[in-house]
Design a protein around this ligand. Sequence first.
Ligand SMILES: NC(=O)c1ccc[n+]([C@@H]2O[C@H](COP(=O)([O-])OP(=O)(O)OC[C@H]3O[C@@H](n4cnc5c(N)ncnc54)[C@H](OP(=O)(O)O)[C@@H]3O)[C@@H](O)[C@H]2O)c1
Length: 265
Amino acid sequence: MKNDWKNKVAIVTGASSGIGAATARHLVKQGLNVILVARRLERLLDLKEHIEAMGGKAKVIVADLSHETDRERVFESVQADGGADVLINNAGFGWYGYYNEMPWETAREMLEVNISAAVHLTSLFLPEMQKRGRGHIINIGSISGSIPSQGIALYSASKSFLDAFTTALYRETQRTQVHISVARVGPVLTEFCETALQREKGGHVPTERMGVTAEHVAQRIWQLLLHPKRVIYIPRWLSVTPWVELSFGWLEDLIGPLLLRRQQT
Ligand SMILES: NC(=O)c1ccc[n+]([C@@H]2O[C@H](COP(=O)([O-])OP(=O)(O)OC[C@H]3O[C@@H](n4cnc5c(N)ncnc54)[C@H](OP(=O)(O)O)[C@@H]3O)[C@@H](O)[C@H]2O)c1
């Protein structure tokens, strides 16, 4: 398989841990240069050092993507260095519990990071990619976008948003050299659940000890760059999820509230 991505530049948001860090490392192995974006400088510098030790190139941009001004600064900094070929909108976080107990500040931040950051960065980078006649934007979604579940109301909605946004953009950019995709990811063993638990009033995410590795997700993202398509499921068997919601959503209506109540006691 010919690798057209050698020496191209990929921005990975949320690169300080989990899926983002694994994806950045994997893309470097495939010959891309990476731009690492997140808030925790030390983590990003450690990853940059690791990548350089592998013989790769990485640039660090510290940014809080819940802030519009930081997102603009990321764009300006990347453009000043010649632009980007790949944008992976991966930064995101979850929160588990009854929505009526979710602090508004956490909800507002989730809307900003999980939705606005992806939308805003896409509106900044997509026209540039179209001008260059090349690019791929990958949004990291979740199967919870297809099966909205009790306990993760806003998180599910944020990932459904990414699904709809990606699908519509995919249809706008068909037959161009700029690709848009969403990865609908199932449980992954990262810091995601721990971070959700640490948030104010956050509960244990039921899938906290389950899942594939971040490295597995990174490999699938690389395959997606080689073979662009609108949507992929990670792991593959989760492609059943939209059908499960259509066929058995009524069952989740019945047992979902019981599961959440049990989880919370
Ligand atoms: N793990 C799962 O089970 C799972 C399942 C489906 C989908 N996903 C999705 O996968 C993506 C990555 O999650 P993960 O599992 O790798 O979790 P993770 O290990 O907690 O990583 C989350 C990343 O997002 C970054 N981030 C959070 N808030 C940010 C902000 N305000 N500004 C900039 N960066 C921010 C974090 O960096 P800093 O804290 O350093 O800023 C971190 O690098 C998320 O979109 C998540 O919704 C995860």
